[in-house]
Design a protein around this ligand. Structure first.
Ligand SMILES: [Mg+2]
Ligand SMILES: [Zn+2]
Length: 200
């Protein structure tokens, strides 16, 4: 097998941030900010998400979620609640036949209030830890793989991992988009899938 044959065997992948990409953020009156859902009743998927994900898997992209979930570490909700939300989103995907090869969640925060989770961990975006592990484990083709998310930290994570990057202009997280210099900027996952599929 020469080098080119080997290259052809590599799988390509799309790594996705979750909140503001797959599911809507939830407005908290109490804290006057948009947050990830803390309860399963608050899980609302963004329009067009199933179709976009199906188009990507239909073109042989593996899918991964890479998500920072620091709200337990920050004392805003329980770890159980966060896990229930994660399970619900996975169930909604599986019912529609959409399988992610990995759901990577970081529950840490460097300035949290729950001691064991308030650390400067290795897995929090923009660190590339989860993506680099997945690239190795699934033998992924970096040159044809992507990271998409609605914050600068998502773009940083994609760049730190050597992937192409797409910033999603989700309303409610605009304060987290300042200067990440992504390869592409789009409105939502539907448009992100358009960019990715056009680039083949
Ligand atoms: Mg997000
Ligand atoms: Zn972490």
């Amino acid at each position: 097998m020469d080098k080119q044959d080997k290259q052809d065997k590599l799988d390509k992948a799309v790594f996705l941030d979750r909140d503001g990409v797959i599911n809507e953020l939830v407005y908290s009156k109490e804290r006057n900010e948009y947050e990830p859902p803390h309860n399963t009743e608050d899980v609302k998927l963004i329009e067009g998400v199933f179709d976009s994900l199906k188009r990507l898997t239909g073109s042989n992209y593996r899918l991964f979620i890479v998500s920072n979930q620091p709200d337990f570490a920050k004392g805003k909700t329980s770890l159980k609640n966060l896990q229930n939300v994660n399970d619900k989103i996975r169930d909604l995907m599986e019912v529609r036949g959409i399988v992610f090869d990995g759901y990577y969640y970081c529950f840490h925060h460097p300035d949290g209030v729950i001691k064991e989770y308030s650390i400067d961990c290795e897995c929090r975006k923009p660190k590339p830890f989860f993506i680099l592990n997945a690239i190795k484990k699934y033998n992924l083709d970096k040159n044809n793989s992507w990271m998409a998310g609605d914050r600068d930290t998502d773009i940083g994570c994609g760049k730190n991992s050597g992937l192409k990057t797409i910033l999603i202009d989700y309303p409610g997280s605009e304060n987290y988009r300042v200067n990440s210099n992504p390869d592409f900027t789009v409105k939502n996952l539907t448009e992100a899938a358009d960019v990715i599929l056009k680039a083949i």
